[in-house]
Design a protein. Structure first.
Length: 204
């Protein structure tokens, strides 16, 4: 069997900017701004997401950076390009370098920025970097089976629904969720890229 090639470039901290947003490497000093972003809508109260409470924002960042040190995560703070305010967070995770695969997740935005251009812009930046710079073969997503808004958002990107892993992971409230899996292959990326650019032209 042929050996799948790894990334052209190893995922490493980088700032990605465009379309009104800036994704910067998440660092410990972002703790207060992260808590303020999550407070817009009290997002930690949603049982189908994993947004940190204000008192846990520091530990949330620590865990993300531990994953970065181990090589399986690359976390970002999402910054509004006009005001410079932090409005959310996202990351690459489950990075599997030998087969050039990574996933995009741990994504959330302040309530005021939901249903805006921010998610489309952020995903365009992340996907462009993953496929065009790192040389990813596939990018994946996973979400709670009851997080219908997230499923719709992923499907609007053009990702393929791969299936459901049943009884897969714990939610913050201690219940066990099923996980819906999605993916996008490198060969599908050029058409999806044009679709995302078209969506951004419509909303901005």
């Amino acid at each position: 069997m042929p050996v799948t090639q790894g990334f052209i470039r190893a995922p490493a901290p980088i700032t990605l900017e465009g379309h009104g947003v800036r994704l910067v490497p998440l660092v410990a000093t972002h703790s207060t701004a992260l808590a303020q972003a999550a407070a817009d809508g009290e997002l930690w109260t949603l049982r189908i997401t994993s947004v940190p409470t204000p008192e846990n924002s520091g530990r949330y960042i620590e865990q993300a950076l531990e994953g970065q040190t181990l090589g399986h995560m690359l976390p970002f703070a999402v910054i509004d390009g006009t005001s410079g305010r932090m409005i959310g967070s996202t990351r690459y995770h489950d990075i599997n370098a030998p087969i050039a695969r990574l996933e995009i997740g741990y994504t959330w935005y302040s309530h005021s920025w939901q249903r805006s251009h921010v998610n489309t812009a952020s995903k365009l930046l992340l996907l462009s970097h993953a496929f065009d710079t790192l040389g990813a073969a596939v990018v994946g997503w996973r979400t709670d089976n009851f997080n219908y808004a997230s499923q719709r958002a992923i499907e609007r990107l053009g990702a393929h629904r791969d299936g459901v892993i049943r009884h897969h992971n714990l939610r913050a409230d201690g219940t066990v969720r099923d996980t819906v899996m999605y993916s996008l292959l490198a060969g599908e990326w050029p058409e999806v890229k044009q679709h995302l650019l078209y969506q951004l032209q419509r909303v901005r």
